[in-house]
Every structure is written in C-alpha cells, then in structure tokens.
Design a protein around this ligand. Structure first.
Ligand code: PMP
Length: 352
C-alpha cells in the first residue's frame, strides 16, 4: 500500500493533560472548573425529554445561538456554536486559514494550533514570546495568511491589553484574526467590543472553563455575519461537528444563570489571589495570571520531579516537556480546600 500523505503521517498529536479516573484525586491539570454547572443545568437534565433523542438535533443549534446572542447583545447571525471551542477553532482553521501564506501564532501558546495547521496543510510561523512571556504585537504585522492567539494566553495565563489586541487586528484587515478567549471570563479584556469595528475579527469562547461544562463540549464563535455564514457552510458538511440535543438544551440553561456564573468566577478569582500569595511565600515565580491557572516555577526546584512527586500523591498539575518552559508547572485553580492540600504537600516537599 502506498503510504498516506506526509502531513498526516507526521502529525504530532496534541496530547491533552492526563484524565485520570481516580476517585479522590486533586485534579488541577486541565483547567476545568472545580464547581458544578449552574443549578438549572441539573434541573434540566432531570427533565430531559428522551423521546427527542429519536430525532436528529437542529444542525443550526438555534436555541443555543439565540441564548448566546442575547447574552452578548449580538444578532443570531453573529454567533456560531460547535462541539467545544476546539472544534470551533479547527473549523475556523479549515475555513479561513486556507492560504499559501503562513498563519501566525505565538511560540508558546495553545499547542493544538500547530496540529490543525499540520492536518490541513496550512503553513505557519510562530513568533517567540518576549523575555517576560508577552506577545510582541509587531511580530504580527508582517504579511500572513491569518493570525490566532489566546487572550489570556495559555499556558502562561498572561493577558494582552485590548489596545494591543486591536493593533494586531487593525494591522491584519486582509485576513481573519482569531482571538481565542477560552479564559477571558477570569481576567483580561474581551475583544468583543471590537466586533463593531472590524469585520476580520473572530472571537472564540467556551463553556468548558467559566461555565463548568467541559464534559458537554460546547464552544462558540462570534464575528460578523459573513464569517459566521462561512463557518456554518463548512460545519454542515460534517456530521461530527453537530451538537447533540442534550448539550444544546443544557448549554442554554448554563448561559441563563448569570448570577451563578458571576459567583463561581468570583470564587475562582479570589482563590487565585490567595494562591498567588502562597506561591510567592514559597519562593515560586509566575507571570501575572489572568486565567484560571497559574504558570509557576521555583528557582532551584526541578519542575518535572515536583510534578511526579505531586502525582504520586494524586495531585495532578500540568508539566510541559518543552524547551524554555520545562521548569514551569501549570496549576489550575481549584477549590480552597484543594489548594490547601496542594500547599500542605508543597511545604513538606520543599522542606526536604
Ligand atoms: N483554547 C485554549 C487556549 C485552551 O486552553 C483550550 C482548552 N484546552 C481550548 C481552546 C479548548 O477548549 P474546549 O474545546 O474545551 O472548549
């Protein structure tokens, strides 16, 4: 048999953080929310009409699109939904980055970007972050086939100011600029207000973090109607990108409860502040976090060894075996109780 194409054979798959199945573990490795989804989600789950399962779901996901449009003060034709923001982003790569020119995204950033680019044969360049792990906006002013970056960035947790984000969008009006706002509800300024001004902007967000719904796989994009239509045209050509009936219905419940949303995000931000202080007291350093995780390093302490020692105790954080960041751990903000256990361990470990 003739080998299949290089772009597929050579793809280095994105390896997400571990998803261990242990019962009493402390899971601070994949930036999930430690609090349950909004109470209305559980209620709706109990009264799901299973007879609806006989029927195909609405491919346009109208109920969820309408709920999101209302939440963000947009028209329905400015909102696109998909099976987690990963699929929304993958679809956006396929739809908009189909060019001979390189797509630009930062080196260090969300590692799925290069996977999609490889799969879809999209050339790319990765401008390095500066010394302080900041994105240098000028690196995105050269000719390109599109731009994508997370704000706040992952795994650094650093947010870029809105005027810098705008400068990147303004310098790239011939191509689509995607701002991946998976973590924006925890800090930083959303680019959403810029939608009125720039038709090349696509803002992508998720239910996985601030809405505690990672298991339901719900993501969405917001942009001008022409971009949204293009995404839908591509989406309707695949089955796997169609959201299932349950996710659609529960997603609507999650968007509705603004009070619970604010409350849980507020708790996570407060715990993040306490975690910063406790990390500093133990000699850790970290870029200023804006997301629901802290990217921390401790001079003189080997990050990989610490990661392994934590794992032994069923405390899972994220380690990246990647040059320049291999002495850092990405620690998701959990409940105060979970963080207490983490610090109990760290204190003992560092006294050795
Ligand atoms: N973007 C970034 C920057 C992320 O860290 C993640 C989560 N791993 C995603 C997108 C995808 O999230 P989801 O598919 O769960 O919406």
């Amino acid at each position: 048999m003739r080998p299949w194409e290089d772009n597929i054979r050579k793809v280095v798959p994105y390896v997400p953080g571990e998803q261990p199945k242990k019962k009493n573990m402390i899971k601070l490795n994949t930036n999930e929310n430690p609090y349950p989804p909004a109470p209305g989600v559980e209620e709706a789950m109990k009264s799901l009409d299973t007879d609806r399962f006989r029927l195909y779901p609405d491919p346009a996901a109208d109920v969820l699109v309408a709920a999101l449009a209302e939440r963000y003060g947009l028209e329905k034709n400015q909102v696109f939904v998909g099976v987690g923001s990963d699929d929304v982003l993958a679809m956006a790569f396929l739809t908009f980055f189909n060019s001979d020119k390189p797509v630009l995204f930062p080196d260090i950033s969300y590692s799925f970007y290069s996977v999609w680019a490889d799969l879809y044969r999209i050339p790319y360049e990765r401008p390095a972050l500066d010394e302080a792990f900041c994105i240098r906006k000028e690196d995105y002013y050269k000719e390109n086939g599109g731009v994508i970056f997370p704000n706040p960035n992952a795994p650094t947790s650093l947010a870029m100011g809105l005027s810098d984000v705008e400068d990147i969008i303004a310098h790239n009006q011939d191509v689509v600029v995607i701002v991946d706002e998976a973590y924006i509800d925890f800090g930083g300024q959303s680019a959403l207000p810029l939608l009125e001004k720039y038709e090349n902007l696509l803002v992508v967000q998720t239910f996985s973090k601030s809405r505690s719904m990672a298991g339901m796989r719900i993501g969405y994009a917001m942009g001008n109607p022409a971009l949204i239509k293009a995404l839908n045209d591509v989406k309707y050509s695949f089955n796997s990108y169609t959201m299932n009936q349950t996710a659609l219905c529960l997603g609507v419940e999650a968007v509705k409860d603004e009070v619970y949303f604010r409350e849980t995000v507020g708790k996570i931000k407060a715990t993040r502040e306490r975690t910063k202080e406790r990390l500093s007291a133990l000699g850790f350093v970290y870029p200023e976090p804006s997301a629901n995780f802290i990217f921390a390093s401790r001079p003189g302490t080997d990050a990989k060894a610490l990661f392994e020692a934590l794992k032994e105790k069923d405390i899972y954080v994220r380690y990246f075996n990647v040059p320049r960041i291999d002495q850092y751990l990405r620690i998701t903000i959990g409940t105060d109780e979970q963080m207490d256990k983490l610090f109990e361990f760290l204190k003992n470990y560092l006294n050795h």
